[in-house]
Design a protein around this ligand. Structure first.
Ligand code: SAM
Length: 215
């Protein structure tokens, strides 16, 4: 099968049976070439139902996890999205297909640089990349209609809640160092509305309002 057929197979055999319904999202996952977001030696595994190493001790998330987090964001196409944890840039590319603009922060400079080059070579022009501690957010361009954290965190960082628009949605894996659950928060005048979803395991969010240090 060629990569396009493999993507269609991934959508048909993994994402749809696991309950992903948003047609725009399923089409984006059929379109974005996940095999170009992993090292050449791992390309043959790119459309499997797993996370993969991207070097620097980090991972590209399992396709289902990318899909479920994106679906929780309820994107319609005109949103300004902040992503914390660029990693390979695959999740960023999916967001860029579904929203107006994506601002993404990665703390590991070499990953951010590699990923930015990838966005240029693939022609994504609505993505802004920054190196730094994403737990502080991106105050100069706030507020954001949607915020997604793609690393495991003990709590939702306060600066990110402050930088979320009224009625905006934030999705994050919240829990301990080795297991989390997806938390969806809708910012609401009467107080945030919180729902817990799928259990998950992410690499740690390391920063001022996440986990401290590497251990
Ligand atoms: N969404 C990514 C993808 O599709 O490849 C996967 C992200 S990976 C699971 C988590 C990323 O979060 C890693 O690249 C890690 O370096 C980054 N990270 C951890 N703490 C961070 C922080 N405070 N600010 C920004 N990035 C952070």
């Amino acid at each position: 099968m060629d990569p396009k057929e493999l993507r269609e197979f991934m959508v048909r055999t993994q994402l749809v049976p696991m309950g992903i319904k948003d047609e725009r999202l399923l089409n984006a996952m059929k379109k974005v070439p996940r095999h170009l977001f992993v090292e050449e030696s791992k390309r043959h595994e790119a459309y499997g139902d797993t996370a993969l190493s991207i070097g620097e001790g980090q991972t590209i998330s399992q396709p289902y996890m990318v899909a479920v987090m994106t679906e929780l964001l309820e994107l319609k196409g005109d949103e300004k999205v902040l992503e914390i944890g660029t990693g390979s840039g695959y999740q960023t590319a999916i967001l860029s297909e579904l929203a107006k603009e994506v601002y993404t922060i990665e703390r590991v400079a070499v990953l951010a640089q590699r990923t930015e080059e990838r966005f240029h070579s693939l022609g994504y022009d609505n993505i802004y990349v920054r190196v730094g501690d994403g737990t502080l957010g991106w105050p100069g361009d706030a507020p954001f209609d949607r915020i997604i954290i793609t690393a495991g965190t003990p709590r939702v960082p306060d600066p990110l809640m402050e930088q979320l628009s009224d009625d905006g949605i934030l999705v994050a894996p919240v829990g301990d160092r080795f297991s989390q659950q997806l938390l969806k928060i809708r910012k609401h005048k009467g107080g945030p509305l919180e729902e817990y979803h799928t259990p998950c395991v992410f690499v740690p969010l390391i920063g001022k309002y996440g986990w401290q240090g590497e251990d």
